[in-house]
Design a protein around this ligand. Structure first.
Ligand code: GLY
Length: 371
């Protein structure tokens, strides 16, 4: 098996992201060097457990590592206080000690929740991420953002807590349904759009093969996304500046997710893709980039069979002012001003509070009219 490694070189908290098909079968050998005693506590969800828990446990057992597991209900609703409390109490019951490791096996919900549990348990224990969704492999498992949702908004409660290792098994992506895979691809596209025009061009050429299951293409995309994220996190771990670029598309996305109830109507990665298209449209209307650029973004999303504008979201949405009010709940609001990630072109994003409110309202009104 080819294993590719991306190193996140944070002083005192550095770790590897390993990428390869079949890595779960190697998990025992990969994790053993980190352990003080042969035991990890696994947090997962019921859907992922049915597919990947036993192979993971077998790989750990092959190295003599015991692995009690807690399987939470699948879905975004798990990422709140009740299941978080349950998880922390379970880890205490399992007598997880300060030098032990918590292992998160799952998508973004599980990684964020288990990482946050590890951050607060005994004032911080180490954790390993085994991300099983494309979204988690390219974004949420890397970089140390952990947390849960408040009833008042997404990801409002959390901590920065870097994992000790990330094992991204490309083969597990084959168990995703196409919709979840493509939602994760929304985050992949984001990397090209925010900072690497050549990668975006590569995605335009290779996206269809990647979606069809080409493992080499998948490994390349996950690796490039992780390299970009690692670089950004090393330069700006706690999002004082550059890291905010990773939120390209997210101001729109968070408003759309709030409007659609954080559920099946709009998956996070779908909202990111639509949000990226809107961010480029806004950038073009503000004269920052040419009109060809948002058209090119939408053309690629359409070629991939992805949602690309508000017309692709089923059911009612608030009007433009309603959406803008939801954007104001965003964590990126500073001194009451909305902050957007806009772009001077593909691969050239930047953060600004300087957005023409009338242009934004007009853009949203028109986008809603097309529905
Ligand atoms: N998902 C955005 C970040 O990790 O900063």
């Amino acid at each position: 098996m080819t294993i590719e490694t991306v190193h996140v070189g944070l002083p005192g908290r550095d770790y590897d992201i390993r990428i390869g098909a079949g890595l779960i079968d190697e998990a025992g050998a990969q994790i053993a060097p980190l352990l003080q005693r042969p035991r990890v506590a696994i947090i997962t969800d019921e859907t992922v457990a049915a597919l990947h828990l036993e192979p993971l446990r077998a790989a750990l057992a092959a190295q003599g590592i015991a692995a009690p597991a807690l399987a939470l209900p699948p879905g975004e609703a798990t990422k709140g206080w009740p299941q978080f409390t349950r998880t922390v109490e379970w880890l205490i019951e399992q007598k997880v000690e300060r030098r032990d490791i918590v292992l998160a096996l799952g998508g973004g919900v599980i990684g964020d929740l288990a990482g946050f549990a590890a951050a607060v348990l005994r004032r911080g224990v180490r954790f390993v991420q085994v991300p099983t969704s494309l979204l988690a492999q390219v974004d949420s498992s890397v970089g140390g953002k952990t947390g849960i949702n408040s009833p008042l908004g997404k990801n409002l409660i959390g901590a920065f807590h870097q994992p000790s290792l990330v094992l991204a098994d490309i083969a597990v992506l084959e168990t995703l349904n196409p919709r979840d895979f493509l939602a994760g691809y929304g985050e992949v596209v984001k990397y090209g759009l925010l900072g690497d025009a050549a990668f975006y061009e590569w995605l335009e050429l290779n996206g269809p093969a990647l979606a069809a299951g080409d493992r080499t293409a998948r490994a390349h995309a996950v690796r490039r996304a992780c390299e970009m994220k690692a670089g950004i996190v090393m330069r700006d771990e706690t999002e004082q500046g550059e890291r905010a670029l990773l939120n390209l598309g997210h101001t729109f996305c968070h408003a759309l997710e709030a409007a659609t109830g954080y559920g099946d109507r709009l998956l996070h990665g779908e909202g990111v893709a639509i949000g990226c298209a809107l961010a480029f449209e806004l950038s073009a209307r503000m004269g920052l980039c040419s009109q060809e650029e948002p058209s090119r973004v939408r053309a690629h999303l359409a070629a991939m069979g992805m949602k690309k504008d508000l017309a692709d979201i089923e059911g009612p949405l608030p009007d433009a002012d309603g959406l803008i009010a939801l954007m104001a709940q965003d964590k990126k609001v500073q001194d009451g001003k909305l902050r957007f990630v806009l772009a001077r072109g593909i691969g050239a994003a930047f953060v600004t509070s300087d957005v023409d409110a009338d242009l934004l309202r007009k853009l949203l009104t028109e986008a809603l009219k097309d529905r």
